[in-house]
Structure formats: structure tokens, C-alpha cells
Write a protein that binds this ligand. Structure first.
Ligand code: PLP
Length: 388
């Protein structure tokens, strides 16, 4: 099949717009008429730093990012950020609080990714508290905590409050940041799988991180938005004295900010692909347009799922993700039949995550309304055929 035939519903790395891929392919061969490809130039050359600066400008403009936020381009994926946020937040608290080591990192667990972040904090020896685990409320992940479910440690004792804005595996998405966060706690949001899909209220966040490989471009770079005051932090010898773990060099936000994300060799080609993708999305109408499209596409899919009882969706209607629609078909054989039939129509990568099974439809920015319509027609046909 050609790119035009295939609809790639992968949960990440996700598909990219063909126009962007084609432009990138040209630049991979010969960038800015240098006679060298974008993967063959120094990250410190004028062209290399140009890509870093332009991508930052594109993101700033797209989000209307307040001046007191810095943008870092980091490596190691979202997974590295599970650790990096802790090192950096504790180093910041340690500047003012000699007992910073005693502060407690609060986690709101709504699915596998927030759970993994909690596990990393525990593994690294930070004090942790689960402000809510929604699986404890209902026996499975598929809802958001209500205000009364959130049980934080008190202000003054809380280092950070962490949540995952969109749980990619379970298909659970916050509609807005969690309420009643204790004063003084740094608000940390993993937006890996719903970044670039809606506007963000920056007054309610301190750190937001997101890997590129869902809505923005290929894998290899994690974008981190961080409030500048967090970069003020205790020096390494003081952290040693206070018994607070020190970040690796590559996880150190201040080093990254001071070096314009060029402390070591940044994957410039990945960043260039991201910037081409962002500019393309800006031209289409930017975040307001993407927000509208995401709601529309997901609404189309949920509507047909609700229509046929053979489709089982476990996610509360108030927590349904616009990015990853997860569901089961009443029996395993039908699930296989569904996937085989979809592939015949070139609708690819619809199998649910190995940990929960079922079907997962990822509707990231490269999926168009027309492509979603094709899936909806298939869901309609399959639903009608198998309903008695
Ligand atoms: N957080 C979320 C919500 C994710 O979906 C993922 C990966 O899919 C990660 C974190 C981990 O990202 P990475 O694989 O880039 O480390």
C-alpha cells in the first residue's frame, strides 16, 4: 500500500502528515542547500542552533507561553522525566528548606503511566504518597478522581503533585488540572500523549513534559515547559550535605536551560521534524483548530461505540480520552476478526496495549476527520453485523 491508502492509528510513535514527512525527507538529503542533510550538521552550527531556536519560538507562539516559562528539549523520553522532575523539584525546595528531604511527593494515579512515575519515585528513594489511585475506587482504571477522592499531604509538607493528563494505555484524560493542590507544591503534569491537542492554562501548572512521538513528531526528544523559579536551586555540595539525591547531568533542568538544550549532542533531525510538524499544524489553525478536531474525531468514535452493545468501553463518560479510545469487543474471537478486517482496509495498529488487551484507536493530530469517518463506517458495519 501507499501512504495514502494507510490509516495509522498507532498509540505512538504515531503517524505524521505526509506533507511534513516529504518536506523532512528533502531536508534529510540536502538541508538549506548546504549539500548536507539535516542529520549531518553540527548541533552547534548556525543551522543547528537555528533549528533549536525556531522550534522554541514555534512552541512559544503556539501556546502563548508566558515569559516566566522556559522550554527545554531533553532526551531519555517521558520515562527520564519521571526521575528528572523529582531531582529538580527537590533541589529547588532545598534552597529554602533544610528539611526538604522530608517533603512528600504526591501522586494521582489514574492509569499505568502515572503508576510508573510513582514507582520510579519510590525506586529512587523519595518519600511518596498516593493522593488517589482510581483503581482503588472502582477496581480498574477508567475514571478521574472527584474532589473528595483527593487526599494530599498538607501544604508545607508536599514537594510536588504529579498527574498524567492523558493515560495512553487506559484512555483516561483529565479535563482540567486536579483541584485543591496544596500551596507551595510544584504542579507536575505528564502531557506526553495529549500535548499539542488543546490549549493549556499555564497558571495551573509548574512543569509540563511531553515526548514528541504522539502529536508532535518522531521519537527522541521530550519537550519540557518549566517555570523559571524552579531553576533556582541549592548547589550540589549542599544537596550532598542535606542527603538529597543529585540529578544526572542530562536530567538537570538548569544545565539544560543555561546551554539552550545543547549541553550535549541533541538529535537535531528529530527536532527539525518536530518543528516542521508544528509549523504545519499552526498553518492549519493551531491549537484552537486541533482542539476542535480532537473533540470531533473522538466524539464520532464514542458515538458509534455507544450505539452497539458488542462494544464495551470501560472509561467513565466524564474521563474519556480524546486521544486514545479504548474498548473491548464482547468476545476475543470477534476482536481478532475486527483487527483482521481493519487491516484489510489498511487501518493499522488498532490492537490495544499488551497489558490490557482489546482495541485502542489513537486519534492524534495526523489522523484526519475523513480518516476517522472511514473507521466509524467500519465500526458501524461490524457492529450491525454482529448484533442480533
Ligand atoms: N507518559 C505517557 C503518558 C506515555 O504515553 C508514555 C509513552 O507512551 C510515557 C510517559 C513514556 O514515554 P517514553 O517512552 O518516551 O519514555
Amino acid at each position: 500500500p501507499t501512504r495514502q491508502d494507510v490509516i495509522n492509528f498507532a498509540a505512538g510513535p504515531a503517524g505524521m502528515a505526509t506533507d511534513v514527512v516529504e518536506e523532512y525527507a528533502k531536508d534529510f538529503v540536502n538541508f538549506q542547500n548546504l549539500g548536507m542533510g539535516v542529520g549531518e550538521i553540527s548541533h552547534r552550527s548556525k543551522e543547528g542552533t537555528g533549528i533549536v531556536n525556531r522550534t522554541e519560538q514555534t512552541l512559544r507562539k503556539m501556546y502563548g507561553l508566558p515569559d516566566n516559562f522556559r522550554i527545554l528539549f531533553m532526551q531519555g523520553g517521558g520515562t527520564e522525566q519521571f526521575a528528572a522532575v523529582l531531582y529538580n523539584v527537590y533541589a529547588h525546595h532545598a534552597l529554602y528548606n533544610p528539611n526538604a528531604k522530608e517533603l512528600v511527593a504526591n501522586y494521582i494515579v489514574t492509569g499505568s503511566w502515572s503508576k510508573k512515575a510513582l514507582n520510579e519515585a519510590q525506586r529512587l528513594g523519595f518519600r511518596c504518597h498516593v493522593a488517589c489511585d482510581t483503581r482503588d475506587l472502582t477496581g480498574k482504571y477508567g475514571c478521574l478522581p472527584k474532589e473528595s477522592d483527593l487526599n494530599y499531604t498538607p501544604a508545607g509538607q508536599t514537594s510536588l503533585v504529579y498527574w498524567c493528563d492523558n493515560e495512553t494505555i487506559h484512555g483516561v484524560e483529565f479535563n482540567e488540572p486536579p483541584p485543591n493542590i496544596p500551596k507551595g507544591a510544584i504542579r507536575v503534569c505528564d502531557a506526553s500523549s495529549n500535548f499539542i491537542s488543546r490549549r493549556i492554562d499555564f497558571s495551573k501548572h509548574d512543569i509540563i513534559f511531553a515526548g514528541a512521538q504522539k502529536n508532535a513528531g518522531p521519537a527522541g526528544i521530550t519537550m519540557v515547559f518549566v517555570r523559571d523559579f524552579i531553576l533556582e536551586r541549592a548547589l550540589v555540595p549542599d544537596l550532598h550535605k542535606l542527603g538529597i539525591p543529585v540529578s544526572t547531568t542530562m536530567g538537570d533542568y538548569k544545565l539544560m536551560a543555561d546551554s539552550n538544550s545543547l549541553y550535549n549532542t541533541l538529535p537535531i533531525p528529530t527536532l527539525h521534524a518536530i518543528n516542521l510538524g508544528l509549523q504545519y499544524m499552526e498553518k492549519k489553525g493551531g491549537l484552537p483548530f486541533l482542539e476542535q478536531c480532537s473533540s470531533k474525531k473522538s466524539h464520532m468514535v464514542y458515538t458509534v461505540l455507544d450505539k452497539y452493545p458488542i462494544y464495551e468501553n470501560f472509561v467513565d463518560s466524564s474521563a474519556r480520552s480524546r486521544m486514545n479510545v479504548t474498548f473491548r469487543i464482547i468476545n476475543q474471537d470477534l476482536e481478532n476478526e475486527f483487527l483482521v478486517g481493519a487491516e484489510k482496509l489498511h487501518m493499522m495498529q488498532l490492537k490495544g496495549h499488551r497489558s490490557i488487551g482489546g482495541i485502542r484507536v489513537s486519534l492524534y493530530n495526523a489522523i484526519t476527520v475523513e480518516q476517522t469517518e472511514r473507521l466509524v463506517q467500519y465500526l458501524e458495519k461490524f457492529g450491525a453485523e454482529h448484533s442480533t
